[in-house]
Structures are given as C-alpha cells and as structure tokens.
Design a protein around this ligand. Structure first.
Ligand code: SF4
Length: 187
C-alpha cells in the first residue's frame, strides 16, 4: 500500500516566496546600455550571438533607466561623467544592481590621474567586480552568474537593509570657477 509521501514522486516542490521572487528577479535582469570605454566592446560581444546573454533573460539592453535593473559600468569613469552616471543610477527602479567591469571602473586602473574616478564605488554601490583589462565575455558572464546567486539568495538586499548601502552616496556639484565636482560625499 503506497503512502501519501510517495504518491506524488517528483511532481511537487516546496519553496518560499522569497526564493521564488529571487529566482524571478535573477532570471530577468535587463541591463542599462552604459558603455564608457573599451570594456564596452567586450560587453557588446557578450550580448551578441556567440555568448548570447539571452540565455540569462538579459538580451534587452535598455536605453531608458526606468526599464533597466542592472548597470554594467563598462570602462573608465571620468570626473565629468560621474554625476551623469549617478543620475542614471538614481533613475533606475529598485531593486537594482551594479557590476563594475574592468580595472578602470573598479579602481581607475592605469589612469591614476585627476580626470578619472578612482573606483566607481565612490559614485554608486557596486555589487560585483569583474576583473581584467578588458574582462573577457567569460569573465563578465562569471560576474553576472555571481550576481544571480546573490540576488536569488536575497543576500544583497539583506546587506543593504543593514548597511544602507546605496543611500549614503551624494554628488555635490560645485558651480564655482574651478568646476570641481566632488563625488562620494556623505549625506
Ligand atoms: S579596463 Fe582596459 S579595456 Fe577596460 S576601459 Fe580600462 S583600459 Fe579599456
């Protein structure tokens, strides 16, 4: 006589709402089209047929931040571009994610000078860093899959709830003659 435990075999799974939400989110993150320098070529290559970001529900690069969930900062960030980058990030809907692609975006790379932001984490909160100059499509896909894991487990949102990451950054415009724009100021 079969027991109720074995009546449904593999036809039933149990999970939590959080887990389903995380799975749905990580399966359909649409990227903001935001290429800043040479790294963007590798990002475009990752979206093309050979690597095929459509496998991850990411083939739709959006031209509007209102429709984008992830910003891939592909390339060096100039001081002049930093406020623009932050404004685009602010216009994206929550929950939203950031991958810093390449050494230039992550740390300024070889551009250790006054014109380049020495790490885009001074402007927006970064979730995953993709190393390299430029990172290959395989490296970017690894970063995306790492982000998927963090989204599915809700790890990032839990961390943000505790630290407030993403809320404490501010762009301070200076309209004086020097034209200096300070980034990363605390609110
Ligand atoms: S990390 Fe290399 S490829 Fe990417 S923007 Fe910098 S110099 Fe260009």
């Amino acid at each position: 006589m079969p027991t109720i435990e074995h009546s449904f075999e593999d036809n039933i799974i149990t999970t939590t709402i959080d887990r389903v939400l995380g799975w749905a989110r990580e399966s359909s993150i649409w990227p903001m089209g935001f290429g800043l320098a040479c790294c963007a070529i590798e990002m475009m290559g990752t979206g093309a047929a050979h690597y095929d970001l459509a496998r991850f529900g990411m083939e739709v690069f959006r031209a509007s931040p209102r429709q984008a969930d992830i910003m891939i900062v592909a390339g060096r960030v100039s001081q002049k571009m930093a406020p623009v980058l932050r404004q685009v990030y602010d216009q994206m809907m929550e929950p939203k994610w950031v991958i810093s692609m390449g050494v230039c975006a992550s740390s300024g790379g070889m551009f250790n000078n006054y014109a380049i932001v020495q790490g885009v984490d001074q402007v927006v909160p970064v979730d995953v860093y993709a190393p390299g100059c430029p990172p290959t499509p395989e490296t970017l896909i690894h970063a995306i899959e790492t982000l998927h894991g963090l989204i599915e487990s809700n790890e990032i949102l839990k961390r943000r709830a505790v630290t407030g990451a993403g809320a404490q950054f501010a762009i301070q415009h200076d309209h004086s003659a020097s034209g200096v724009i300070e980034i990363g100021g605390r609110r």
